[in-house]
Design a protein around this ligand. Structure first.
Ligand code: ING
Length: 318
């Protein structure tokens, strides 16, 4: 039996600081219509797909900050996208800055992705777990990466949802660099992992990594796909956005780790692949038959420890 699904990775080029939600939704709508022409069932948009990547500035005015967030999803600007996608029978994954008020009335700010089925129903919500960058103002940088000033880590961890005929997981940007992300999803049976990202080419803490950004981007997602027998879709917001050159290189990756589709520009570009979710079995039921081959009795440090602890007794001897 084959479970085919046609997936569209809808890369965005730069979004200007002054660009309105309505104008951005027009761009998302254009990619949605191209998806419909190309028979796409599920279209994946990038991280923070409704606004410019505002963590590149250290903003303290709370009103301005809240202007970057969505208090409801869909909201007035995004409802047309939801309605059109449902009319076309196309599902989508959308990244945005979420303002959430809990039952106790406390406000939370998350870097969020939602998964919307072809009937327009929201079937999943993921909040970014690994928040990179810095908390305090660092004006000495050419641009900031103050995600920790704006976002709390997602409290829900890494989950999967049954949708589009398979088991779908989500992750956001820096999450894709951590093998734990894919393994926790893999242990839940993930067959397709959807990841949006905004990645500046310049990495202030170690600029020697700048030239390796594209290599590292594909390395981590190809490894995550192969080592967990899952499809992975990585979708960029790329190009020079408010003066910051950001990685594109959007990809669709097979459970073998092979790239089966990728973008070739740094702008709004859709790349499409018809995937077979049963292809995952070739790896999940052989090399990466977790139940048969994993040895969790030796993996304790992975969840017990946060940082490195060098054991005292490592100076030689069996
Ligand atoms: N961006 C980055 C990422 O992990 C980063 C953090 C910035 C990495 C610059 C390298 C260079 O791709 C997000 N948004 O997590």
């Amino acid at each position: 039996m084959t479970r085919h699904l046609t997936v569209g990775a809808a890369q965005l080029g730069p979004i200007a600081r002054e660009e309105t939600r309505e104008r951005v939704v027009e761009r998302l709508m254009s990619l949605l219509h191209e998806s419909a022409e190309r028979g796409v069932d599920l279209v994946v948009y990038p991280e923070l797909a409704l606004t410019t990547f505002f963590p590149r500035w250290y903003i303290e005015d709370q009103v301005e900050i809240e202007g970057w967030f969505e208090a409801e999803m869909p909201g007035p600007a995004t409802k047309p996208l939801f309605d059109e996608a449902a009319r076309l029978g196309i599902g989508f994954c959308l990244g945005y800055a979420e303002l959430f008020t809990d039952a106790e009335g406390r406000t939370h700010r998350y870097n969020t992705q939602i998964l919307v089925e072809r009937d327009g129903s929201v079937v999943g919500r993921f909040r970014k777990v690994h928040i990179p960058g810095h908390e305090e103002n660092e004006p000495g940088r050419p641009f900031q990466h103050a995600e920790r000033h704006y976002f709390e880590p997602g409290p829900d961890g890494f989950r999967v949802w049954r949708a589009f005929g398979g088991i779908i997981g989500m992750a956001i940007c820096n999450d894709r660099r951590w093998p734990e992300t894919y393994r926790v999803l893999g242990l839940q049976g993930a067959e397709l992992v959807l990841i949006g990202y905004n990645t500046p080419l310049h990495y202030s803490p170690d600029p020697t990594q700048n030239a390796l950004q594209a290599f590292h981007n594909h390395l981590v997602m190809q490894a995550g796909a192969y080592q967990n027998g899952t499809w992975v879709v990585g979708v960029a917001k790329g190009g020079i956005e408010e003066g910051v050159d950001s990685l594109a290189h959007t990809v669709i990756i097979a459970p073998s780790g092979q790239i089966v589709a990728q973008t070739v520009t740094t702008g709004d570009e859709l790349t499409v692949a018809r995937i077979d979710l049963d292809h995952t079995k070739m790896y999940k039921e052989t090399l990466f038959d977790f139940d048969r081959y994993r040895m969790p009795e030796h993996y304790g440090l992975i969840s017990e420890q946060r940082g490195v602890v060098v054991p005292p007794d490592i100076d030689g001897g069996a």
